[in-house]
Write a protein that binds this ligand. Structure first.
Ligand SMILES: Cc1ncc(C[n+]2csc(CCOP(=O)(O)OP(=O)(O)O)c2C)c(N)n1
Length: 899
């Protein structure tokens, strides 16, 4: 085995130590005599001289494997040693209760799962935050936002238990939400879940990577609101506590440069570097801390390494020849994990035993002291110093790279073990050891019974805990469900052009943008609207908004835009309203979520419209949308230039045939695929009313297309009826007495259905009725609900679609620009023969007409398909071929799903 042996670790000795010392002494004397400015200048001159001499030398972005903050620079601990002692006891109690919660649940039902080791490593990082930094919302302050590492949730519950916010009953129902509910109790969700615990959790972080990118865009959105004068400037911060393994996710690192570019000094990341993820070490053969230091530092963040506890300080002080630092620099993470998993004698032999110098440094410690040497992330004093420095750093976001031990205190049952992440059952001996390790006042029997422990209300611990939180504005986490309303202007005031379009040519995208332009001018609603794009504003015809409301830029506009003379010039402004995110759908949706949850997070409702290529929405960033749904987001997602056959020419990457299938799976997302500008206007109006006036936790997905076509006016008579139909999913656009067939057309293919009706009548004398289906998913949801009510409550409720199609038994044929599974979703509610056409298969680059022929969804194919149903049994195959040939269709063409 390629194990690190002491010999490997012995550092290469300095070839001229005296010369090195001279250089260092010179630096020190400059520092002393002339200060850091001059020292920095000299170092940069030296670096440029080295470059000139062809040394190809570059300052490594990695600093030695030691703490960034020197002991003498540490801020004093509020309350001093006494407070530290109390807080350590509190952390021990929370550790126990968190562990007991998980082990209890799994003793009862082995399938429930849960994690002990992650919180065990993060407990101290959380405690210092809770006791001294995380500000809650109260009358004076809008509060900090804290993103909690999801699988440390048991620890957060354990704290809320001590605070009296959660009861023993709650803890006993960890991961048993349904059972608890059935017993009239509130259970605890596995991970932060605002939908299920709406008074508690603010941000869902269970899916790795979503917390980090969301935290960055939240901090940015706070600045946006401040710069636009929507909220007063306050020292609010966003704190994100994440795992080192989680940093592997692309989303975790994707927005680092945005954070520094925008100088987000209201943002602090605390990365819990316990050096392990689920399966094993994060970077066994290197240092994850160094890698993250390079990445964050390179992106412009202030990096604070918090690696070693105070008990290491005397050891570093004795490290005259740098052997200790050198050994730490060389000890890779896999080895550090092994040291964490082993005891004092092992560490003395294998770490301090590497050289006589190191052995001498370690000689002042007993084996037990070596065993208890703390990593930085377990030392309250050091953690406080790092948080204090981060909170006071100006001009840049800060990341604290805190080294900890995974499963800290779990002893041989878990600390530093490869398998510790999944550990959820502990033997009695391990539990007793844990009790002893953390001096918990529990009898053997109480340990065996996994009893939760809460000190008396007037104990030093609980008084301290309450006082700390009171000073910081109250408990955390806490989600506030604001009921502030924003008045929505009358539909006619901003969408008259769509309601009375009178066959003017426009696409639904153009109509949407025009409507948004009008809404932005509304004296009440206007300032709440947040248009968001990911570098496609021009594609969607939004360039006029650049001038109208400006593009947000924290720095304003430091250049004269090339197109300054034009009326639509590219205007950036500090109070700009548009969020132009550049080519990052993940970033843009994170901005959208920040705006869409502002009603709760900031007590200020905002109305975001994120307009994007529909293919790059649910398919590409579906998980971020799911998280937004969990957060009870309110806003509009606009899938632009949507549909498989409508975005001619673009081919398979851009042509979307599936977003409506996915959006239908999100319970609080209402999805629409309108055909007409007036339908779109009615849908947006309804969304605004429900979200801004009725404060419903829903969001809307609306697809719009770039196909210019004559737009009919909304029928004048029975507008309420039409409106109701549009919102519930379908309304009749071509009625007919005793139709032989009913055609359901959706979105851009409605016109093909209407054209097919004319073909059927004109050529074959067959009468067809045509309906515009604005939402298959709303029809299907209603159908499912009625079906269930019939079964469970013996209700006679009839699905709405069944009511609409009630008057006839003629076959029904539906056509959608999405995969067939979308129109198939309503099959169960149609009491007539039902045929569906859709666009399954890869997209192709060609004209719309060619695409619609290829996918067999144009007027001719609809007509032919209707005839196959109507002529069933009365025409021979040869006659059907003749009909197809007459329509110009090739029945031998390959299937669209073929490759
Ligand atoms: C997107 C996603 N992929 C996988 C998981 C499963 N998962 C949960 S925790 C975890 C390991 C996390 O390791 P780390 O971030 O280092 O945190 P630690 O538990 O070590 O503190 C994994 C893979 C997840 N929750 N989300």
């Amino acid at each position: 085995m390629d194990m690190i042996t002491p010999e490997h670790l012995i550092r290469q000795l300095d070839s001229d130590a005296a010369e090195t010392a001279e250089w260092i002494a010179s630096l020190h004397s400059v520092l002393q005599a002339e200060g850091p400015e001059r020292a920095r200048f000299l170092l940069s001159q030296l670096a440029s001289a080295a470059r000139d001499a062809g040394l190809n030398w570059r300052d490594a972005r990695i600093t030695p494997y030691v703490n960034t903050i020197r002991p003498q620079d540490e801020a004093p601990y509020p309350g001093g040693a006494d407070a530290i002692a109390i807080e350590e006891r509190l952390a021990s109690i929370m550790r126990w209760n968190a562990l007991a919660m998980v082990v209890r649940a799994n003793r009862a039902y082995g399938e429930l799962g849960g994690h002990i080791a992650s919180y065990a490593s993060a407990a101290d990082l959380f405690e210092v935050g809770f006791n001294h930094f995380f500000r809650a919302r109260d009358d004076q302050h809008a509060g900090d936002l804290v993103y909690f590492q999801a699988h440390s949730a048991p620890g957060i519950y354990a704290r809320a238990f001590l605070e009296g916010r959660l009861s023993e009953d709650n803890l006993a129902h960890y991961r048993q939400e349904i059972t608890a509910h059935n017993n009239g109790k509130q259970g605890l969700s596995s991970y932060p879940h605002p939908w299920l615990m709406p008074d508690f959790w603010q941000f869902p972080t269970g899916s790795m990577g979503i917390g980090p990118i969301s935290a960055i865009y939240q901090a940015r959105f706070m600045r946006y609101l401040e710069h636009r004068g929507m909220v007063p400037p306050q020292q609010r911060r966003v704190w994100g506590v994440f795992g080192d393994g989680e940093m592997d996710e692309p989303e975790s690192l994707a927005a680092l440069s945005l954070a520094s570019r925008e100088k987000l000094d209201n943002l602090v990341f605390v990365i819990n570097c316990n050096l392990q993820r689920l399966d094993g070490p994060v970077r066994g053969n290197g240092h994850v801390v160094d890698e993250l230091e390079t990445l964050f530092g390179g992106a412009g963040w202030n990096v604070i390494k918090l690696l070693w506890g105070s008990d290491w300080d005397p050891l570093f002080a004795r490290d005259e020849h740098g052997e200790l630092v050198d050994a730490l620099n060389r000890t890779v993470d896999g080895q550090l994990q092994t040291f964490a998993a082993n005891d004092g004698p092992f560490n003395r032999e294998h770490f301090f035993g590497q050289s006589p110098g190191l052995a001498a440094i370690g000689a002042v410690l007993t084996d037990d002291e070596i065993d208890r040497l703390k990593r930085g992330g377990h030392d309250l004093r050091k953690i406080h110093a790092a948080y204090h420095a981060a909170a006071n750093h100006r001009g840049r976001p800060t990341v604290i790279l805190a080294q900890t031990k995974k499963g800290f205190g779990m002893g041989s049952a878990g600390q530093g073990k490869m398998t510790t992440h999944q550990q959820k059952k502990l033997e009695l001996d391990d539990l007793l050891q844990f009790r002893d390790r953390f001096n918990l006042p529990l009898s053997d029997k109480q340990v065996e019974n996994l009893e939760f422990y809460k000190p008396p209300p007037d104990s030093e611990e609980l008084k301290h805990l309450r006082a700390c939180r009171a000073a910081l504005g109250g408990p955390l986490p806490r989600r506030i469900d604001s009921k502030v309303q924003v008045a929505v202007p009358a539909l006619e005031s901003h969408a008259a052009f769509a309601l009375d379009a009178d066959h003017k040519e426009m696409s639904t995208t153009m109509a949407l943008v025009r409507m948004m332009g009008n809404l932005l001018k509304d004296p009440v609603l206007g300032k709440h609207v947040v248009p968001i794009v990911a570098d496609e504003a021009r594609t969607f015809g939004m360039a006029n908004l650049f001038r109208q409301v400006g593009i947000y830029s924290a720095q304003g506009q430091l250049y004269q835009p090339e197109d300054i003379g034009s009326i639509l010039y590219y205007r950036e402004a500090k109070d700009g309203q548009i969020l132009e995110e550049g080519i990052t759908e993940a970033g843009a949706i994170s901005s959208w979520t920040s705006a869409a949850t502002s009603y709760s997070v900031n007590g200020l409702p905002m109305l975001p419209f994120y307009i994007y290529y529909s293919m790059f929405g649910f398919q590409r960033i579906g998980d971020l949308i799911w998280a937004a749904a969990d957060q009870r987001a309110r806003g509009f997602l606009i899938g632009a230039t949507s549909g498989r056959t409508t975005l001619g020419g673009e081919g398979l990457q851009h042509q979307d045939g599936s977003s409506h299938l996915v959006s239908a799976t999100i319970p609080n997302c209402r999805s629409y695929d309108p055909a007409y500008a007036y339908e779109m206007a009615v849908i947006v109006d309804d969304g605004m009313q429900r979200m801004l006036e009725k404060n419903e936790d829903v969001f809307y997905y609306v697809t719009v297309t770039n196909e210019n076509e004559p737009q009919p006016s909304m029928p004048v008579e029975a507008r309420d009826h039409v409106r109701d139909g549009i919102l519930r999913g379908m309304h009749c656009v071509l009625p007919c007495e005793q139709p032989a067939i009913r055609l359901l057309g959706a979105g851009p293919l409605l016109k093909e259905a209407i054209a097919a009706a004319h073909l059927l009548e004109g050529i074959y004398g067959i009468k067809a009725e045509v309906w515009s289906v604005t939402s298959f998913s709303e029809l299907a949801r209603d159908g499912m609900a009625c079906e269930r009510a019939r079964r469970l409550q013996q209700s006679d409720a009839m699905p709405w679609i069944a009511q609409q199609l009630h008057g006839s038994i003629a076959p029904v044929l539906a056509v959608s620009d999405y995969v067939r599974a979308v129109p198939e979703s309503i099959r169960a509610y149609i009491a007539a023969p039902y045929i569906t056409l859709g666009t399954d298969g890869f997209g192709r680059s060609d004209t719309r007409a060619a695409l619609r022929d290829f996918f067999e969804v144009d007027a001719k194919w609809i007509c032919y398909t209707a005839l196959t149903e109507l002529y069933e049994g009365s025409k021979t195959p040869a006659q059907m071929r003749e009909i197809a040939s007459h329509l110009g269709l090739n029945l031998d063409k390959p299937i669209s799903t073929g490759i």
